[in-house]
Design a protein around this ligand. Structure first.
Ligand code: KG4
Ligand code: ZN
Length: 352
């Protein structure tokens, strides 16, 4: 039998298998991660080789540098993932891979490694969307959580309010019309001289500051679930430059606090409104900016006031990791979705 015939048969049988072990690979940006996940919810290992220190000196991710470092790291990360999970390659039922969205070169390293592995072990290859994977991080952290729910997706590349109708069925209620919110955090951080990645730095600095500047966010989008973050970014840049020209000192702490207050207020209020209008009781945050302490605080408070249940992934599953990809792949397998041919390639701009 050919590889295609063998894996088709194996894939179909997985739906009825009691325990499904997925080996998942994630290399869309600057984290080389491989995880072993059992039945979508139990993480046996989740190894992450972060390149943050490497890219920090450039002030952001350099795509070519990211690709090269994925190549250097991936074999060791694979061995470590199996070792920590206490399994051998014979115990794996399927190989899951992030095929997009992300950086082309970085994605290709993971995709090619996954294809080689799937082919040599004669295992089904499951193609997972990175953003969809971020939602699944919540299934790992909250065993009781099940769709339907409303999700605020906030990362370096995406900002959206989603209705998660089922594990594999999403409806977009709103999105950003320009920058992603993580991008805005990173750009504002750079303007005030903070290192990459800027989001956690702003989060940290904001705790020492006061709310001084009432920036405008998404002004013309008031009655929609859409967002705009390019205006606030420009306001911050202009404020800093004007102050520099006048020789005035601006408190970075106050600026970080004010920016974070304005942005998190907008995100939290809109997603809670969407939840209340949907009639769904569970509200979930997903993606790297979901690690923001003020955003979680606001969402927690607003949900409590409005009788909603608020869920966020534990910190290690908020930012990029392969465990969330393994979880998502399991639910795709359950619905008979995602089986990819060996001609699979990376799709840097895959849509939600
Ligand atoms: O989900 P993620 O790890 O990668 C993408 O899929 O984009 O998100 C990365 C983004 C970066 O913009 C980073 O600055 C932001 O998440 N981020 C934060 C925090 N931690 C990470 N933003 C605000 N507050 C944080 N604590
Ligand atoms: Zn991500």
């Amino acid at each position: 039998m050919s590889y295609t015939e063998i894996v088709k048969e194996k894939f179909e049988k997985l739906k009825d298998k009691k325990d499904v072990i997925v080996l998942a690979i994630e290399s869309s940006c600057d984290e080389t991660s491989i995880a072993v996940v059992k039945n979508g919810r139990e993480v046996l290992s989740n190894i992450i080789a972060s390149q943050i220190e490497i890219h920090r000196r450039f002030g952001g991710v350099v795509p070519e540098v990211a690709s090269r470092n994925h190549i250097l790291a991936i074999s060791n990360v694979y061995n470590e993932a199996l070792l920590q999970a206490g399994i051998s390659d014979k115990d794996i039922d399927a190989v899951a891979i992030t095929y997009g969205a992300g950086l082309m070169g970085a994605l290709l390293v993971g995709v090619n490694f996954a294809k080689g592995l799937a082919y040599s072990l004669k295992l089904p290859l499951i193609a997972v969307s990175h953003v969809h994977g971020h939602i699944s991080a919540n299934y790992i952290s909250h065993q009781e959580l099940k769709p339907p729910f409303i999700c605020l997706m906030v990362s370096g590349g995406h900002t959206a309010i989603l209705k998660v109708e089922d594990y594999n069925r999403l409806t977009m209620l709103g999105t950003t019309v320009d920058d992603a919110v993580g991008e805005a955090f990173d750009k504002v951080a750079r303007v005030i001289g903070l290192p990459y990645p800027g989001g956690p730095e702003i989060d940290r600095l904001a705790k020492k500051g006061e709310f001084v500047y009432d920036f405008t966010v998404s002004k013309s989008l008031k009655n929609t679930y859409n967002f705009s973050f390019s205006g606030i970014k420009t306001e911050v840049v202009n404020l800093v430059h004007n102050a520099m020209q006048r020789g005035e000192e601006i408190s970075k702490e106050d600026l970080a606090c004010s920016f974070q207050e304005c942005v998190t207020k907008e995100l939290a209020e809109k997603v809670v409104k969407a939840s209340l209008n949907s009639g769904l009781k569970d509200l979930v945050v997903a993606g790297g900016v979901g690690a923001n302490s003020r955003l979680k605080e606001r969402l927690g408070e607003l949900c409590k006031q409005n009788g909603l249940n608020f869920y966020s992934p534990s910190l290690k599953y908020c930012t990029d990791n392969a465990a969330m990809i393994g979880s998502m792949a399991y639910y795709m397998i359950c619905d008979g979705l995602g089986l990819a041919p060996l001609s699979l390639t990376a799709k840097p701009n895959v849509q939600l």
